[in-house]
Design a protein around this ligand. Structure first.
Ligand SMILES: [Zn+2]
Length: 240
């Protein structure tokens, strides 16, 4: 079984907040947990967070995880015209590639008009993970030009549900199972004026539940893949 754990690394709960508690406290806790469990993940950073927290980008890379792009400052591609969209994608890659290779992309809010596959391809991105099975995307893992789409399986709040409930959801997901979460979910958000689904079980509970998710798949002998590793596996099958 193939599983991917991914994080969209951004300021706290965009567009509602502008704080960065997730960066200061949440991301270090995620990295500590993954290192304790010996699991690799993909971290899609906004260039803005990478610029402000370069030591965290370095830690992600040094600990063997993959660095990907989550656009420049969390701009939604469905709300920009094509040239503006292209510009923010390219600007984000310019900043992120100063830290190391970047071959994967995830659009903010998982809003990714198909014409942008071409922009990713021109900018040497190999994997996109902006489509979402839970939003009705049904094509599975497939190539758009030379870009491999590896869709996200569930919305991030699923992995903060009580374990007994989420476990049933996991067992019903199609493979590959691609999860995503955000650093700000791993700090307490209960007192913020944001949507309820962004607040419940944030903080310590979320850290504990992420650990349970990893253990659940480890017990089943699952293979944890980064996005670049997905490309390595699927890329040989179907490249044209
Ligand atoms: Zn995001």
């Amino acid at each position: 079984m193939r599983v991917a754990i991914t994080f969209d690394v951004e300021h706290d709960c965009p567009p509602y907040l502008t704080t960065t508690r997730g960066m200061e406290e949440g991301l270090p806790r995620i990295l500590d947990l993954l290192s304790e469990k010996g699991v690799k993940a993909t971290f899609f950073f906004t260039a803005e967070m990478a610029r402000r927290f370069p030591e965290l980008v370095k830690r992600v890379i040094d600990e063997g995880h993959e660095l990907g792009s989550h656009n420049y400052n969390h701009e939604r591609l469905d709300r920009l015209n094509f040239d503006e969209g292209r510009r923010v994608i390219e600007k984000s890659l310019e900043v992120l590639r100063k830290f190391g290779d970047v071959v994967s992309f995830r659009a903010p809010n998982l809003q990714f008009p198909d014409e942008y596959y071409r922009v990713l391809e021109e900018n040497k991105i190999l994997v996109d993970s902006s489509k979402a099975t839970y939003k009705g995307y049904r094509a599975g893992v497939k190539f758009f030009g030379n870009v491999l789409e590896v869709p996200a399986s569930t919305t991030s709040s699923i992995i903060r549900l009580p374990w007994r409930i989420q476990r049933i959801i996991h067992s019903r997901l199609r493979e590959p199972r691609v999860y995503f979460a955000h650093p700000w979910e791993f700090v307490p958000m209960q007192r913020e004026k944001i949507r309820w689904d962004c607040r419940f079980n944030t903080g310590d509970k979320a850290v504990g539940l992420l650990g349970m998710l990893v253990d659940y798949y480890k017990r089943q002998g699952a293979e944890f893949l980064t996005m670049a590793e997905f490309y390595g596996e699927y890329g040989k099958l179907k490249r044209h």
